[in-house]
Design a protein around this ligand. Structure first.
Ligand code: SF4
Length: 167
């Protein structure tokens, strides 16, 4: 994948896999996790509690995804953002204007609920860059071939692009 990105001029940013936020929200609100979510939780490199706890540290910061447009899903429905799969704003994007979609998202109950649990900061690449880089170095590209350049996970410091995205 790294080679593909290099060949086609894309930036390659590996990230930790995580439990999708529909399930993280269930967890935060005391609902039992679905069996497949529980299985995923057990395989996570950074555990669910740590992700949630780290999100709480940034609670006061704004939601990053409110800066981008709502997401159109495969069935033409519209989601508030790419973090949730099961909560629609509209059934068909062709039936609603962009202005209306953005208006519906502002103050949407899901956003309020999500931010109440700091899940709008659930995933912060800065917190996990060192871990991912170590894995890349040790297991994926031994010998340091991904130690610099586009194959490297964004570092905590010195990456203005990433920093501006997540602050
Ligand atoms: S507050 Fe939560 S649900 Fe709303 S856009 Fe941000 S991440 Fe998505």
């Amino acid at each position: 994948m790294r080679r593909f990105c290099e060949e086609h001029g894309f930036r390659f940013h590996p990230v930790v896999a995580l439990l999708f936020m529909d399930h993280a929200l269930d967890y935060c609100e005391g609902r039992e996790l679905a069996p497949e979510a529980q299985k995923t939780r057990e395989m996570m490199l950074i555990d669910l509690e740590t992700l949630i706890e780290n999100g709480r540290k940034d609670h006061a910061k704004k939601c990053l995804l409110n800066r981008v447009l709502p997401v159109i899903s495969w069935d033409m429905s519209v989601m508030p953002c790419c973090n949730y799969s099961y909560r629609k704003l509209a059934d068909n994007f062709l039936d609603v204007s962009l202005e209306e979609i953005i208006r519906m998202r502002s103050g949407h109950p899901l956003c309020v609920q999500c931010q109440a649990h700091s899940l709008h900061r659930y995933f912060n690449p800065e917190m996990y860059s060192a871990t991912v880089n170590e894995l890349l170095q040790d297991h994926i590209a031994p010998g340091g071939s991904c130690g610099t350049g586009s194959g490297r996970f964004p570092e905590k410091a010195g990456n203005g692009g990433v920093r501006s995205l997540i602050s």
